[in-house]
Design a binder for this molecule. Structure first.
Ligand code: ATP
Length: 343
């Protein structure tokens, strides 16, 4: 199919008695930054390895750019995998590391050099070509691994937790850069991560994995705002559920509803609902936590149920916060932010 980088149909894979991938269908478009997100053991790495050709599926079909590759060896597929441990050659310079794959493919030396330098510029490592890996920081080594992948211009780049070894600050910086680099080079990136924030900040679309299956595929906003299952609601962002009797009392219908904490405003108990589209509930502040940029309120609702509300600290300071504990409040949210979850 035109414009489709990867197409997976009915993929299954077991290891001994463990079902790692339990019926995965997925389409990834050309030029997408696509993340496979899920907890440890949910099967995302196995799907990546199936696409790369390091594993063979028990069932199902894999297409790359419209061509079936299910039985092909890794080197016969137009993909390149970047692993978390980088796997750089310590005795080679950065430039030699980057050019290595081209040497294997017998590309002439002059061209190798030009292409390696271009790839190093793409990952913002101009001028580092003569260093050895040991003379680089973790973030720089990660960029070399990326340059080595980009230099062969694969159609698809598979990245398995590539930022996992970096500290939090560097990780956040690299997330932004990875996204910028991907946009510049236009190659399809398929990124495996268990970090929901990382998936939300980098991706065009995300597949959320739950026990070997895909629970939801969508843009970051779709996944966050309209989680398809209770699992997605709790794994991506903070789940905040109205259930059972409380759901019936407040929304007028039974079921389980998820409301993101930042969508709920904390008002005085005497406040009136602003609009008919707003739902409100009164309650008592059970706990209040000052977070610097925001304050988190845990509110026990009258008649049962508990909701968390997150308020930006526009004027509140830490000194004010403790005074809220035990006070009466009214919570208010737009009805469309109460997302009904399938039971
Ligand atoms: P993580 O984030 O921890 O890597 P994951 O979501 O990528 O997790 P997988 O690595 O795909 O999950 O593993 C899915 C399941 O398959 C797990 O239960 C795992 O133990 C099992 N598994 C994966 N590879 C093998 C293997 N080579 N041999 C045996 N079991 C395996």
């Amino acid at each position: 199919m035109e414009g489709m980088a990867i197409r997976l149909q009915g993929l299954r894979k077991s290891f001994g008695g463990t079902t790692a991938v339990d019926g995965v269908d997925l389409e990834i478009r050309d030029g997408e930054f696509f993340s496979m997100l899920g907890p440890s053991g949910s099967g995302k790495t196995t799907v990546l390895r199936l696409v790369a050709g390091f594993e063979t599926p028990d069932e199902g079909r894999i297409e790359l750019a419209g061509q079936e590759v299910t039985g092909l060896a890794p080197f016969e597929r137009d993909v390149h995998t970047v692993f978390q441990d980088y796997a750089l050659f310590p005795h080679m310079t950065v430039e030699q590391n980057v050019a290595y794959g081209l040497r294997i493919r017998r590309i002439p030396k002059a061209e190798r050099l030009v292409r390696a330098r271009k790839a190093l510029a793409e990952v913002r490592l101009d001028g580092y070509g003569q260093r050895r890996p040991a003379q680089l920081s973790g973030g720089q080594r990660q960029r070399v691994a990326l340059a080595r992948a980009l230099v062969g211009r694969p159609r698809v780049l598979l990245l398995d937790e590539p930022l996992g070894a970096l500290d939090l600050k560097l990780r956040e910086q690299m997330q932004v850069e990875l996204k910028a680099i991907q946009r510049e080079v236009g190659i399809t990136f398929v990124f495996v991560t268990h970090d929901q924030e990382e998936a939300l900040t980098t991706s065009d679309r995300i597949a959320v994995f739950d026990q070997g299956r895909i629970a939801q595929v969508g843009t970051p906003a779709e996944i966050y705002e309209r989680p398809a299952t209770p699992f997605v609601a709790s794994f991506v962002g903070t789940s905040n559920l109205l259930e059972g009797e409380a759901a019936h009392r407040i929304t007028g219908s039974a079921g389980t509803y998820n409301i993101r904490p930042e969508k709920i405003r904390v008002l005085k108990e005497s406040a009136e609902a602003d609009e008919p589209e707003h739902a409100t509930a009164t309650g008592t502040v059970a706990e209040v936590v000052y977070l610097g940029d925001a304050t988190r309120f845990l509110v026990d609702l009258d008649g049962g149920g508990r909701l968390t509300a997150l308020q930006q600290n526009l004027e509140t300071s830490s000194a004010d916060v403790a005074a809220y504990r035990g006070t009466r409040v009214r919570l208010q949210w737009h009805r469309r932010h109460a997302v009904r979850l399938p039971s």
